[in-house]
Design a protein around this ligand. Structure first.
Ligand SMILES: [Zn+2]
Length: 106
């Protein structure tokens, strides 16, 4: 689905136009993946809560530690959040289904 490795920070967001196995066009309609930002937002909130609760339970640090930790984790996991939000959005709202009969064979 994506052209480059998630750790390639300059190009992690570049996608192929269509699936090389079945020919599915990933962008079902223009601007389709804009909706994926809601899933990405949910990931960010989940990370914020997880890091915040973990810090509170383990260390109970001052406020600046929360801010630095949450910001760092969110930025470090951005490529994965971006990609998985698009994948989930495509599967949940793309109206696609797997059909082995339509497989492109080469
Ligand atoms: Zn495919």
């Amino acid at each position: 689905m994506f052209k480059y490795n998630a750790l390639n920070l300059g190009k992690f967001s570049e996608m192929n136009k269509k699936c090389e196995h079945c020919g599915l066009h990933f962008e079902v309609e223009p601007g389709f993946f804009i909706g994926a930002m809601y899933i990405s937002y949910a990931f960010s909130v989940a990370m914020l809560v997880a890091v915040g609760v973990a810090l509170t339970v383990l260390f109970d640090p001052p406020v600046w530690v929360y801010l630095v930790s949450v910001t760092s984790v969110t930025i470090l996991l951005l490529p994965f959040s971006f990609r998985y939000s698009r994948i989930l959005f495509l599967h949940w709202f793309g109206g696609i289904d797997f059909d082995p009969a339509k497989r492109v064979t080469q």
